[in-house]
Write a protein that binds this ligand. Structure first.
Ligand SMILES: [Ca+2]
Length: 390
């Protein structure tokens, strides 16, 4: 699902869901509905189905290959709101999804990381200081979206708009709408605001918006490998950032989706959309919401076969920064960056990619109300990575 598809294919909404009940070809893609259904299902079929089709890793030396964390002390005092992530060697990926397979050995240098997702209050400071206008606040240009009806070329963003009844899960247009006036100040559209959401993750952030904030803050987006190393919190190949049990001793550990997706959220965890940052327990490194709440941008391009390419090399991959280009067979021709961590819409039933090692993806110009970000900073002793721009 991309911003461009919604702008071209559907009537732009105000606050009410506007979707067609039929599956339409992606304007930027070329796959048939059947092909698209199959590839989308491969990524989003839910963890139970995925486990039935999983491919065994086959390594017999797990104990000797547990993560090797760097032991050096932090290189200095932490900046406000950041934590030292020691870096080291770990197993990256998961067997649960074809695009996150196979597990492969990765080394990352130590780095500083924001303890929480960037909040609306933090983003407000950036906007106050710079006058920055996010992509969602700018009217889309006709030349960027050929084929879009002129009346659809209005500033807005993509909002989760659940139907009131069960729908087939292969058609994500059933629950995503382009809403006029939705942006970081108005997460669900013009009638919503952030007056009482200063401590919530900022959302409707496109990739370039995150880069602009990062430049102002003197930080950068994490690579996918850095995010995953940090997400695992020092644990080895666990399903979640806290261990293998989703609810250890019945405790809810993250903001995800309960009930029947997408039509009926029972909100057992207390949050139908984003939760204030730090509402749930931190992981082993002290980082909050590394699973669930909102997806987070990384600097890596998304390729479905990237892990297979790395694993084929046979050696430990050091500080990988993603492939040079993007390929997503489920939406050919649409270049995407990797999202990590999952969101408040993740559920065992659908989009289970909140599990550690799972991968999300999104077109750089597409912010939604379940995508945000957090930033990192290199240790000055290590060379900074060059951020890849879309
Ligand atoms: Ca929730």
């Amino acid at each position: 699902m991309t911003r461009g598809q919604l702008l071209i294919l559907f009537t732009v909404g105000t606050l009410v869901l506007a979707v067609a009940g039929v599956y339409l070809l992606a304007a930027k893609g070329g796959s048939s509905p059947r092909e698209k259904e199959q590839t989308t299902m491969t990524c989003d079929m839910g963890i139970s189905a995925a486990r039935q089709s999983r491919q065994p890793t086959g390594d017999g030396s797990a104990q000797s290959e547990a993560p090797t964390l760097n032991l050096a002390a932090p290189p200095g005092p932490a900046s406000e709101g950041m934590l030292w992530i020691p870096g080291g060697e770990f197993w990256m990926g998961t067997d649960e999804f074809p695009d996150a397979h196979p597990l492969h050995r990765v080394y990352v240098d130590g780095f500083w990381m924001d303890k929480t997702e960037v909040t609306t209050a933090q983003f407000q400071k950036f906007v106050n200081a710079t006058g920055y206008v996010t992509i969602a606040e700018r009217a889309p240009r006709a030349e960027d979206f050929p084929g879009a009806p002129p009346e659809n070329l209005v500033a807005g963003s993509v909002v989760f708009s659940p139907p009131g009844h069960p729908v087939k899960l292969h058609d994500h247009f059933q629950w995503w709408s382009y809403i006029k006036g939705a942006n970081w100040r108005h997460p669900e559209g013009p009638n919503s605001d952030i007056a009482k959401r200063g401590n919530y993750p900022v959302v409707h952030i496109a990739y370039d918006d995150a880069l602009a904030y990062a430049k102002w803050a003197g930080k950068r987006l994490p690579t996918e490998a850095e995010f995953e190393f940090a997400q695992r919190g020092g644990l080895d190949r666990k399903a979640y950032s806290w261990g293998d049990e989703f609810r250890p001793a019945g405790t809810i550990m993250a903001n995800t989706f309960q009930g029947h997706f997408p039509d009926h959220n029972t909100v057992e965890d207390g949050y139908a959309t984003a939760a204030p940052v730090g509402s749930f327990s931190p992981n082993g490194y002290g980082l909050y919401d590394m699973t669930g709440n909102v997806w987070e941008w990384t600097s890596d391009w998304y390729r479905h076969d990237y892990y297979r390419t790395l694993a084929a090399g046979g050696s430990i991959v050091r500080n990988p920064q993603g492939p040079p280009d993007s390929v997503d067979p489920s939406e050919p021709g649409v270049k995407k960056k990797v999202h990590k961590g999952g969101s408040f819409l993740c559920t065992d039933q659908y989009c289970s990619r909140y599990i550690a090692g799972g991968r999300g993806k999104g077109e750089p110009d597409t912010g939604t109300n379940h995508v945000g970000f957090r930033l990192v900073r290199s240790d000055q002793r290590n060379p900074p990575y060059k951020a890849q721009r879309p």
